[in-house]
Structure formats: structure tokens, C-alpha cells
Design a protein. Structure first.
Lengths: 233, 72, 129
């Protein structure tokens, strides 16, 4: 069974497609609707194996497109059996996709993860009915737990803000989560203009020296995966 | 986990994996996410673990998690 | 980055994946979990196992109740902080929350659900618990 694999939604449909090949060495082609284009290839399978090769291939096609256009990368593994479905989707969401493309044009995503080892503290657990004598004590225990959580969170938020101030100021958009897990102080993605990338690299490098106790991992530049608005789909 | 076990190339691939599986334009309806195999998930883990049996155990866990998650 | 990248405004990315590392400190152990967490792929493919439907439903309902519980607790805490609630009312609220806690514990036990099963990921808001 053959399916269509979708790499990205792009602008400037009149430009030539890059010479890059897609998944399984297939040629890339496109579906055009107005000023938008979906970049696809025909795959001779019914599903796409999730492996390193295919992931990097997906990425390579998207990056090749980015040399000359604004690109909205699709999620890995997006496929359909019917071309008309792609056309319909492009038609239905053309305003949204165009707006999105405007937002990411000339921009890339920089990803940052910061790990830490917070001071060991009492684990903040929910009080249980069995542990207290009366309703009042339960509420007080709940209150202590809430305040304690909040204190920790505030400390983390303050630190994260301090760390990233220099990066945020260069970014057009930011997606940040503080403490998604207890060990991860911050997970963030920044949408930055191409011209700011060298400066951002320097500032992130400086962070490493300034905060030796933190684990810092920054990667990029990536296509703007985190900045395609979900509402459009 | 020691820093010597990290292969820097794999770190960026894992980061990309996180990004490309979780983000990006999602087209619902007729366009489905159609992915086979869980190879990459435990290949990524394999890259940072030193012992083969640990990798095998992680492979089982990965499969079990995938099966369990299908409950949702 | 390649010199030719500077020519076009839009030519932004080196295609060699090795260039994607901007910064990695030596102590990445704490990041290990976030990078290697096994995730659910194909989130829109739903497998309906007839034996598990009841548990799945219970999980859904209890997650919603847990969310509501936390919202109510937060509201109660605000009132306690503001001092807009007397001790007798605190006692009554506390008893109500205690009863809710007991019920939740029972229900989780009945359906074989752990705390982690109700700990949904609210995306940018983090996890429920």
C-alpha cells in the first residue's frame, strides 16, 4: 500500500523544490493550494518506521526547504492515503497557515534544557485523612504543603528568569516550562531571527560558565517545531 | 550516569526526536500519524547506557509502556 | 555554520546534525530522564480493549475529579490565607476534603489505579500532581 508522507507546509510555491530526497530515498513533490504548498513524497509502505535514519531524513528535507522559504514543519509520521485530503486541509486552514508562516519566516528554534539538583527537602506530599485528627488540622497541613510547593516553585521561576533573560530579549517568541519534572529546572524553546543566532550561542555558552552547578543542554538551530500554532490544526 | 557515557551526537538526535514527535503541525482527520516500531526510542537509550542487559530491559519497558499507553 | 549560509537571509541551517549542539555541560545526568523518557507515539490511534474500557473510564473520571479537587483546595487555601474564613468553617472544609480524600483512595483501589495514572500532563501547566 502506498501513502503520502508529509514533511512541511511552505510558502512560495513557484520556487523549485530542493534536490534532497525524502524517506526511503523517494523524490519529494508538492501539493499546491493558492500561495501555500504541502511538501510530500510517495512512500511504498503503510506506515513509517520510527528510526534514526527516517527522523534525520524528515529533518533534512525540512532544513533544505528552509534555505529559501518559510517552513512549518509537520510532526514526524504524518501521512495520508489521499491527496485530496491534503488539498482540503490547506484550503480550510490557509489563513492560519499563512499567518504562521509569516511568524516563522527567517527564524529558527533554539532549544534549552536546564537540569539541577535542588537542595534535598522533605517531599511535599498530600496529607491524608488518616494522618490528622480533625478537619482544621487537615487544612493546616494542606496549607503548609501549598506554601512549601509555592516557595520551591518561586525559587525555580526566579532562577529560570535570571538565566534566560539574555536569551528572551533576543527572541520573538518563547515557550517555557519551569519544573516540568523536579530535576528539570527549565525546558524551553525560543524563536529567534537568524541574525541573532551567533549572539545567542555566545550568551548560552556564557551561562555554562556562570552556573557550573547546573546541567545545560542547548541545541539548534532547528525548524520552528514548537511555534506552529496548534489552533490551526 | 557519567558524562563519559553520553555521545554528543545522540544527544542532539534525542532532542530532535522529542521535538519532531511532540511538536510540529498536526493534521488530524484523514491524515494520521502512522509510525511503526519503537526502535529509535530504545536505540536512543542504548546509546547512553553501557550494559547490554540494561538496554534489553529498557527495550522491554519501552514496549510495555507503549502497549499500556494504548489504553488511553 | 557554512559560510554560504550568510548569503541568503533565509538560509539558516547547516544540514549536518553534528552542528546542532550549542552547549552541553559535563553534568548531563539530571537531563537524562527528560531526553530518554519513552513517550506515547501515534497519540491518535486508540486501541479499544473491551476488558480495559471500564478502567479507562474510571481513570478519566478520577482524573477530572482530581483536577477539581486541586482547584477547590487552591480556592480554600486562598480564603484561609486571606483570613476571610473562621475556624469553624475551616474545620468543616477540612472534614469535607478529608472525606473526598478517603473516597478517592477507595476508588483508586477499586479500579487498580495509582496516583501516577491520574497525573495527566497539562502541557505548559506541567503535570497535574
Amino acid at each position: 500500500m502506498s501513502i503520502l508522507y508529509l514533511y512541511a507546509i511552505v510558502d512560495q510555491p513557484d520556487l523549485d523544490l530542493p534536490a534532497t530526497t525524502g524517506i526511503d530515498d523517494t523524490a519529494i513533490s508538492s501539493v499546491r493550494v493558492g500561495n501555500l504548498m504541502a511538501v510530500i513524497s510517495h512512500i511504498d509502505r503503510d506506515s513509517v518506521p520510527l528510526n534514526k535514519n527516517n527522523l534525520l531524513c524528515h529533518e533534512r528535507v525540512i532544513e533544505a526547504l528552509m534555505h529559501t522559504r518559510a517552513v512549518l514543519p509537520t510532526r514526524f509520521g504524518t501521512t495520508t492515503a489521499h491527496l485530496e485530503q491534503i488539498q482540503k486541509t490547506l484550503e480550510a486552514h490557509s489563513t492560519g497557515y499563512s499567518a504562521n508562516l509569516d511568524r516563522v519566516r527567517g527564524r529558527v528554534e533554539i532549544a534549552l534544557r536546564v537540569g539541577w539538583e535542588p537542595e534535598p527537602e522533605e517531599p511535599v506530599t498530600r496529607p491524608h485523612a488518616a494522618d490528622v485528627a480533625n478537619g482544621y488540622d487537615y487544612m493546616m497541613a494542606l496549607r503548609e504543603r501549598t506554601q512549601s510547593s509555592q516557595r520551591r516553585r518561586n525559587a525555580a521561576i526566579d532562577l529560570a528568569a535570571k538565566l534566560t533573560a539574555g536569551i528572551v530579549e533576543l527572541a520573538d517568541a518563547v515557550v517555557e516550562t519551569v519544573l516540568p519534572t523536579p530535576q528539570l529546572l527549565l525546558k524551553a524553546a525560543y524563536l529567534v531571527q537568524h541574525k541573532h543566532v551567533p549572539e545567542i550561542r555566545q550568551r548560552i555558552g556564557a551561562l555554562r560558565a556562570a552556573y557550573p552547578a547546573l546541567a545545560i543542554l542547548a541545541t539548534g538551530p532547528w525548524p520552528a517545531y514548537s511555534f506552529v500554532e496548534e489552533g490551526v490544526a | 550516569m557519567e558524562s563519559t557515557e553520553w555521545d554528543m551526537t545522540d544527544v542532539t538526535v534525542l532532542d530532535l526526536l522529542d521535538r519532531a514527535l511532540d511538536k510540529g503541525v498536526v493534521l488530524w482527520g484523514e491524515l494520521v500519524i502512522s509510525i511503526a516500531d519503537v526502535d529509535l526510542i530504545y536505540v536512543g537509550i542504548k546509546a547512553i547506557l553501557c550494559s547490554v542487559d540494561t538496554a534489553e530491559r529498557m527495550r522491554e519497558v519501552a514496549w510495555q509502556n507503549l502497549v499500556d499507553s494504548q489504553r488511553n | 555554520m557554512n559560510p554560504q549560509d550568510k548569503e541568503t537571509d533565509l538560509s539558516v541551517i547547516a544540514t549536518d546534525e553534528d552542528n546542532k549542539l550549542i552547549c552541553a555541560s559535563d553534568n548531563l545526568a539530571t537531563l537524562a530522564e527528560s531526553l530518554t523518557t519513552v513517550r506515547t507515539i501515534a497519540p491518535n490511534r486508540v486501541v479499544l480493549d473491551p476488558d480495559k474500557v471500564e478502567q479507562g473510564l474510571a481513570q478519566l473520571v478520577l482524573t477530572v475529579i482530581e483536577l477539581l479537587r486541586q482547584l477547590m483546595e487552591r480556592q480554600a487555601m486562598r480564603r484561609v490565607e486571606n483570613g476571610t474564613i473562621d475556624d469553624a468553617a475551616i474545620e468543616r472544609l477540612g472534614l469535607a476534603f478529608m472525606r473526598l480524600d478517603e473516597r478517592m483512595t477507595e476508588l483508586k483501589k477499586t479500579f487498580g489505579l495509582r496516583d501516577e495514572d491520574l497525573n495527566i500532563d497539562l502541557g505548559p501547566l506541567g503535570k497535574l500532581m
